[in-house]
Design a protein around this ligand. Structure first.
Ligand SMILES: NC(=O)c1ccc[n+]([C@@H]2O[C@H](COP(=O)([O-])OP(=O)(O)OC[C@H]3O[C@@H](n4cnc5c(N)ncnc54)[C@H](OP(=O)(O)O)[C@@H]3O)[C@@H](O)[C@H]2O)c1
Length: 242
């Protein structure tokens, strides 16, 4: 991929129906990228797709798919190849946060967190890498969290998955860098979205905006290919005093 233009490239953004993923998909579409978004809920995916299509007909594919299911991921990639002819960028954004003390967390909640935040990323990378190779290179951007570095009470499962995602991303970066496939991970602090059942308007005056994370994705994609900002930490400038 060249640093100059993204127009005509093809991207998959997992969890593109709302929040950070939707903002990333919007930013990519504005750059002329053809974008596939996924999510489990068909209704919200279709609503997101209609909003993204406005003014950019033909550049969006919305595929209901659960990142935890490798067969659904493979089907998504097949759909992208059929529609757009290839794949250049994978943004692993889909993630969940179930915040509970370990003694209270059910095995199902534990498994859902690991399966989504870690296995889901493996599934998408596993499916996408052969197609990035077929294009002669590409970019994988993983949306991690500062929680992968700064643990906090009631977040053991979430912190463990994001710390795991950081290590996964670094190993994958080393594995792929000589094939012109760059891997970066972004570690945001609090972002104003409805994550984990929260109110997306709460803290909107001080939290990171989803569009700001999207801007970092664009900046990474525009970076000269000789350079790889592999880990990006991002935090609110002025969080409320504790
Ligand atoms: N918000 C924050 O403060 C914050 C901070 C740091 C990092 N992050 C990370 O940023 C990413 C996006 O978070 P967000 O705040 O935008 O959350 P969000 O508003 O809840 O959006 C999450 C997106 O992921 C999708 N998703 C969830 N599970 C999925 C699955 N199994 N398969 C496919 N799609 C799935 C959701 O759609 P469906 O529910 O319909 O599947 C939705 O589109 C996550 O990885 C999160 O850990 C968030």
């Amino acid at each position: 991929m060249t640093a100059q233009t993204l127009a005509g490239k093809v991207a998959l953004v997992t969890g593109g129906s709302r929040g950070i993923g939707f903002a990333i998909a919007s930013a990519l579409v504005r750059e002329g990228v053809r974008v596939a978004i996924t999510g489990r809920d068909k209704g919200s995916l279709e609503r997101a797709s209609r909003r993204l299509q406005a003014g950019r007909p033909g550049s969006i594919e919305a595929v209901p798919a659960d990142v935890r299911d490798l067969a659904e991921v493979q089907r998504t990639i097949d759909t992208i190849l059929g529609r757009f002819g290839g794949l250049d960028v994978l943004v692993n954004n889909a993630g969940i946060g179930i915040f509970s003390h370990v003694a209270d967390m059910t095995p199902e909640q534990w498994a859902a967190t690991l399966d989504t935040n870690l296995t889901g990323v493996y599934n998408c990378c596993h499916g996408a890498i052969p197609h990035l190779r077929a294009r002669g290179g590409g970019y994988i951007i993983n949306i991690s969290s500062l929680a992968g570095k700064n643990a906090f009470v009631g977040a053991a499962a979430y912190c463990a998955t994001k710390a795991g995602l950081n290590a996964f991303s670094e190993a994958l970066m080393l594995e792929l860098r000589h094939e012109n496939i760059r891997v970066s991970y972004i570690m945001p602090g609090s972002v104003a979205t409805g994550f984990s059942g929260g109110d997306e308007q709460r803290g909107v005056d001080w939290k990171i905006g989803p569009d700001d994370v999207a801007q970092i994705v664009l900046d990474l994609l525009h970076m000269n290919p000789r350079t790889l900002p592999s880990r990006v930490e991002v935090r609110p400038t002025k969080p409320p005093a504790k």
